[in-house]
Design a binder for this molecule. Structure first.
Ligand SMILES: [Cu+2]
Length: 327
């Protein structure tokens, strides 16, 4: 069922998002009725000609004023705390999440699974698994919206945004773009298919083996690209780079992903996907402490897909080796 007003609750967030939504409805309706009821009651009671005591009109009453200020304030703060808590949880993907890359472009969604399988306007995922989407746009702002999961996030050009959720029901759910992005915006939709884990594994394997489509894992494609673009001439081991001191080329990228990078000027940043992308596309934006700003920009030379492949490769670097110390 894909009822647009009450979409199915198909993710771990859905019930709670709806609970807050219904609470807001209840508060709005409840308070409106209360105000109306008092209004009508007083209007009736003090109507012209009614025999009531009007000798001591009340102009102000501190207790009443406090009551109608403090009670709504407390309710408002409670709603805020609850929503903020839920929001924070929707923003931080768990570490064990299965990662899928999403590229938005006019007017299509393209998904990339870790093993290299690609889908257009479709996303297949296993049920009851945490799913993390790393998303970027190739042109204008789009927004990835799956009502049944109660998740929506902008997909912007130039940097990655993230979205995560855990589907709790198998089925097919609508996917929309919810930022007006041009003439065919309304057709920038698709389907998310949530499958039993075994069925998903079979599907993924079958897609990967599909005749005449040679799928190479994302990270493997990234490794090929890394060699092809000769990134290793600056970022390789000493054997590859000869005797040039590290500062005059680039350091090893082993264990970089997820680490804290010290920048020139003393600032520290976490090496997440957005940082890696920026380091490749606009290397002069943030210079690593102790290095020279000699890395060329690859902006315009790499497609978003290729950048994703490079990042997938960099993420695999040094996982088996000890974390890098001081480069
Ligand atoms: Cu769009």
């Amino acid at each position: 069922m894909n009822n647009p007003v009450f979409p199915e609750q198909a993710s771990s967030f859905a019930v709670e998002v709806d609970a807050i939504y219904y609470l807001l409805w209840a508060l709005t309706i409840g308070f409106s009725l209360l105000v109306m009821a008092v209004l009508i009651f007083l209007a009736y009671r003090y109507r012209r000609g009614a025999r009531v005591d009007r000798s001591k009109p009340v102009h102000s009453d501190l207790r009443v004023e406090l009551l109608w200020s403090v009670v709504p304030l407390i309710i408002g703060l409670c709603v805020f705390a609850w929503s903020a808590h839920l929001y924070a949880r929707t923003r931080i993907p768990p570490d064990d999440a299965m990662e899928i890359y999403v590229i938005g472009k006019r007017w299509m969604w393209q998904m990339q699974h870790g093993n290299g399988v690609r889908e257009n306007a479709e996303l297949h995922i296993p049920v009851n698994r945490n799913i993390k989407l790393t998303m970027i746009s190739q042109d204008v702002i789009h927004s990835f919206y799956v009502p049944a999961f109660r998740v929506k996030h902008d997909v912007v050009p130039g940097t990655y945004t993230r979205l995560w959720f855990r589907p709790t029901k198998t089925g097919r759910y609508r996917l929309y773009c919810s930022q007006y992005c041009g003439t065919q915006h309304s057709q920038m939709d698709g389907w998310v298919t949530v499958m039993e884990p075994e069925a998903f594994e079979r599907w993924l394997e079958a897609e990967g083996n599909e005749a005449n489509v040679k799928t190479v894992g994302l990270a493997d494609a990234g490794k090929q690209l890394f060699d092809q673009m000769a990134c290793g001439s600056c970022h390789g081991s000493n054997a590859q780079t000869g005797s040039i001191p590290a500062a005059q080329r680039g350091g090893s990228l082993n264990g970089l992903y997820g680490s804290l990078v010290k920048l020139k000027g003393g600032r520290q940043v976490k090496a997440d996907e957005a940082y890696l992308r920026e380091s490749i596309m606009r290397p002069n934006e943030k210079i690593v402490d102790g290095y020279w700003a000699i890395m060329p920009s690859y902006e315009g030379q790499l497609t978003e897909e290729q950048v994703l492949q490079l990042i997938a490769y960099i993420k695999t670097l040094g996982k088996s080796e000890p974390p890098r110390g001081g480069q």
